[in-house]
Structure formats: structure tokens, C-alpha cells
Design a protein around this ligand. Structure first.
Ligand code: ATP
Ligand code: MG
Length: 344
């Protein structure tokens, strides 16, 4: 059996704790992965490097996949966010965040099953900000036909492959006529010309947020530009139990970086209480990505077994504090490991 080499970035705050818990589960499940560890974030700075060291970027280019813990970017010291830099330098233009209700995690809604697809390279994250006068500062929202078309095509292809029925674009094209207008035009165009099989809808984002919290079941795949995708991801995380249970992938043409939606959670770092599930779910996405792009069925099988094990653990009431349980990070990982390959 062949193994896949992959980059592992433990990151900052709760990063190292959740990363090592996830590594243990992957190993116990027999995931055919071999890690090459690299640094980013404050940890890299402390080692005298840049927040995003060249060799970390190079390693991801070379190996094609990475599992990344949350990285902190020092505020207001002239550093560009690690995450934004990484997405730009590797052109990881599609962020994918599946959000689904979990048995055993009590929330307002049952049967939430959404996928958020976020454009990851432009919009207000272009980083173009200016001091215009003493009184005026400005941030530039950038949209290109290339990136808008690319993400729309990616979303429709994803929906088709995953047997999803409908894509809804959240926008504010009534106000931002040019930028959001372009985003909409490109999505419409791809829908009409290439994917008429998928239902397509457009909703103004403020109304969309209201609809999401009233009845999330009416949505399937959401397609959003960068900032809207960021905000709506956390909103949707709240629908299913919070940031501890939402994984993410940042995908480009040749590389993909898998990471939880949550940040470094400095408030609970070092206490051994963080929920490792979001990162574990991200690792499951990594395995499925390897299965799809490299045709490795072992990866698909391991991913499926891990998913069954954590679903069982939650249904049995094994939970970390953020979900109302009393297990620490490692005890929760153990509860998952115990349930790997348990007869049903
Ligand atoms: P960053 O600046 O790195 O994004 P942040 O201050 O935005 O960090 P998040 O990490 O996004 O914080 O977390 C927001 C809240 O959710 C915090 O109270 C944190 O403790 C909680 N939280 C985030 N991730 C987890 C997790 N994996 N397990 C438990 N609680 C979490
Ligand atoms: Mg945050």
C-alpha cells in the first residue's frame, strides 16, 4: 500500500493540541499518510522566520496537500494574515465548508446540510487599502471576471459531483452594482451555459441571513464572495453547534490546504479542552480529496470509517465542553478511536 506525504502545520493557540489529537485518530484508523511538519504563524516568527516561511509554502507546492492548524497573525505590526497569504500564493481560490447537523449535538435545527463555497482570493480581502487624506482611509473591493467565473464553475462542478440540487448566491448587487453585479453575472452565465442541471437562485445577503436562521433547510449549496463567505460560515457554524464542528478546505488547481474554520482560540489554549473535531473533519476531507484526485480507495475507506466513529461517539454522548460535554481534547479523541470499526 502506498502512503501519501502531506504537510502538517500545527499552528498557534489550540493548534498543536487539536493537531496531535487528530494525528492519533488518523494513525489508529490506518490512514495512509506520512507527515512532513512545517511552521507558520507566531510559532514561525518565534523561530526567527517570517509568519509564512518560504519553505512551508514550497513544501505544500511540492506535496500538494496540507493539514493546517489555526495560525495567529500579530495584529497591527505590518504582517499580512498567514491564511490570506497562503491562499493567495498558492492560488487556493475555492474555500469549501460543509455544515451539517450531528446526532447528539443539540441545536435549534435538525437536518441542516449545507455547503458553503467561498471565493478565496479577492473582494475586500485584496488587501488594497489607502490613506487618502488625514481624514479618509479606503479599502478596495476587487472583482475580476476570471476569479468570479472560476469559482462559479468550481461550485457548479462540485454540486454536480456531490449530487447537490441547488446553488444559491448571496450578494449585495443592489448596492455594489459593479463588483457583486459581476459575481452574479458570471454565476448566471456558468449556470446557463454549462450546468442547467443544477437549480440556481440569488438572494440579497441581508435577507439571506434572516432566511438562514429561520429555516436553514431551504438552502443546499451557498456560493459567496470572500467577505460574505467568511461571515456566513461562522453564522452557519452556529446553526450546527459552533466552530468546533465545522471543517474547511482551501482548494486550488494543484494544491489543497485543509483547516478548521475556527481560529487559534487563545482563550482556551493550553488547557486541553479544545474540540479537535473540526480539524478531524478537515482531515477526513483531505482523505476524500486524495481519493478523488489520486484514485486511492484506501483513503476513501479510512475517511468513511473515521466519520462513522465520530458520529457514534457524539451520539453516545462523548463530547467536549463547547458541545456541552465534559471530555477534554485527548479523551474525546480516545472515544473516537475506541469506536473505530466497532460492529454496529
Ligand atoms: P483567531 O484570531 O485566531 O481567529 P479568535 O479570537 O477569532 O481567534 P476563534 O478561535 O475563532 O477566536 O474562536 C472563537 C470562540 O470559539 C472562542 O471563544 C473559542 O474559545 C471558541 N472556539 C474556537 N474553536 C474552538 C474549538 N476547537 N473548541 C472549543 N472552542 C472553540
Ligand atoms: Mg476568528
Amino acid at each position: 500500500m502506498s502512503t501519501h506525504r502531506a504537510v502538517l502545520i500545527p499552528g498557534d493557540g489550540i493548534g498543536p493540541e487539536v493537531t496531535s489529537a487528530v494525528q492519533r485518530v488518523l494513525q489508529a484508523a490506518g490512514a495512509p499518510l506520512e507527515w512532513e511538519e512545517h511552521q507558520a504563524g507566531v510559532k514561525a516568527l518565534e523561530n526567527g522566520d517570517d509568519v509564512l516561511p518560504e519553505e512551508t509554502v514550497e513544501a505544500i507546492r511540492r506535496l500538494g496537500v496540507a493539514l493546517k492548524g489555526p495560525c495567529t497573525t500579530p495584529v497591527g505590526e505590518g504582517f499580512t494574515s498567514v491564511n490570506v497569504q497562503l491562499r493567495k500564493r498558492l492560488n487556493l481560490y475555492a474555500a469549501v465548508r460543509p455544515v451539517r447537523s450531528l446526532d447528539g449535538v443539540q441545536t435549534r435545527f435538525e437536518n441542516v446540510d449545507l455547503v458553503i463555497i467561498r471565493e478565496n482570493t479577492e473582494g475586500l480581502y485584496s488587501g488594497v487599502e489607502n490613506q487618502v487624506t488625514d481624514d479618509v482611509v479606503m479599502s478596495m473591493k476587487v472583482a475580476t471576471e476570471t476569479a468570479c467565473t472560476r469559482i462559479a464553475r468550481w461550485a457548479f462542478r462540485y454540486a454536480t459531483r456531490r449530487d447537490r440540487k441547488k446553488i444559491t448566491v448571496f450578494h449585495k448587487a443592489n448596492i455594489m452594482k459593479m463588483t457583486d453585479g459581476l459575481f452574479l453575472r458570471c454565476a448566471r452565465q456558468i449556470h446557463k451555459a454549462e450546468y442547467p442541471n443544477i437549480e440556481y437562485d440569488e438572494v440579497i445577503i441581508d435577507a439571506g441571513c434572516m432566511k438562514l436562521v429561520q429555516n436553514p433547510g431551504q438552502f443546499d449549496v451557498l456560493l459567496l464572495e470572500n467577505l460574505y463567505g467568511d461571515v456566513v460560515s461562522d453564522l452557519c457554524a452556529g446553526l450546527v453547534g459552533g466552530l468546533g464542528v465545522v471543517p474547511g478546505a482551501n482548494i486550488g488547481e494543484e494544491q489543497a490546504v485543509f483547516e478548521a474554520v475556527h481560529g487559534s482560540a487563545p482563550d482556551i489554549a493550553g488547557n486541553g479542552v479544545a474540540n479537535p473535531l473540526a480539524l478531524l473533519m478537515s482531515a477526513v476531507m483531505l482523505l476524500n480529496y486524495l481519493a478523488e484526485t489520486r484514485g486511492d480507495d484506501v483513503c476513501r475507506d479510512v475517511a468513511g470509517r473515521i466519520r462513522i466513529a465520530y458520529d457514534r461517539a457524539l451520539a453516545d454522548g462523548a463530547k467536549t465542553g463547547d458541545l456541552g460535554g465534559d471530555l477534554g481534547t485527548d479523551a474525546f479523541a480516545d472515544a473516537i478511536i475506541e469506536r473505530l470499526d466497532q460492529p454496529s
